[in-house]
Design a protein around this ligand. Sequence first.
Ligand SMILES: [Zn+2]
Length: 382
Amino acid sequence: MNMSPESTLLLLLLGFILGWLVSKRRSRKLRRQLRFSNDYFQGLNYLLNDEQDKALDIFIQLVEVDWETIDTSLALASIFRRKGEIDKSIKLHQNLLARPSLPVDYKFRVLLELGRDYQLAGWLDRAEGLFNEVLKDDLYEQDALKHLMSIYQQEQDWHNAIRVALLYQKKARDNMRPVIAQFYCELSEQAYEQGDAKEAEALSTQALAVDPNCVRASIMLGQVAIDRGRYKKAIRFLQQVEYQNIDFFPLVLDKLVSCYRNQSNLRALITYLKNTERNHPKLSLVETLTDLINEVYGEQAAQEYLSARMMEHPSLDGLKKVVELNKPAADSAESYLPDVVKQLVEKQSGYQCEHCGYAANTLYWLCPSCHGWGVMKPKEMS
Ligand SMILES: [Zn+2]
């Protein structure tokens, strides 16, 4: 069942009140309880009437009267934060922290929550300070490490991101290797942009040592080798992608063509790509292979390959090549076909996140929508 934050809060508050009324029946406390109960309903009333500032003040006062209401206050703060009203969430958390009587069990939890408010508000230095303090507490240490990692990611402070990810991996026994490898790749790209190819190579090699399936590192090493004219070495790195993650193979196609072309060895590339296509039925190399076969062995061989391939695995990009090779005459009734098929292929191209479905024409190693690493892939051509 999906409930809105408001309904969740309402249930939470009613549940609390019922429990509280049942558990505290002693008559000598009755007067105080009644006042307390009235305040509670008043606070609830303000919330329902959207007078949140007044509600906030009441709940802050109630916490002082009875620390048992702290969970309700924390829930309220988290609803404010989810609604984007971070100032209110900050006010509530700061107020809780300012009370000398704050139960020690709650201190680190409130610090963590306030850190999350600060991070969302963009006060990263303050958030970092609070999360570092929370590291002292065993119960919330892992949460604090996760938030620190996301701050360093936001600040593109990759050295600290690696340090914290390693700590988190150790504490949580969670496999962070693919993410740590991405951090090394970020450093590698930075080094390459600054003209330090050696450092870029060393960092990408480090990424592969951390995660041997890091496609991004192999592509980087391939690109550095191409730029230095070391095509054999580049081919070795680029071909690794086939075994690391075949979904990313379309990313290395053009680079492979350029390497083999520079080595005047396109025949070997055709053999290699045909094998790759055979080994991975979902992968479509039909456009590249048709062009290469046409260039090396002539149009008849290209037509033969293409028709055999289309009989076996019909695909839109294959159809595009069929129309290209058998262009209708400009004055024929079918002259519109090449344009239509081209547009259909373009609609299917690009990249998409396999977690959240975010689609773009550029590949982002960190999905801008769900913030997952290495989850955006070239779209599958069908
Ligand atoms: Zn995503």
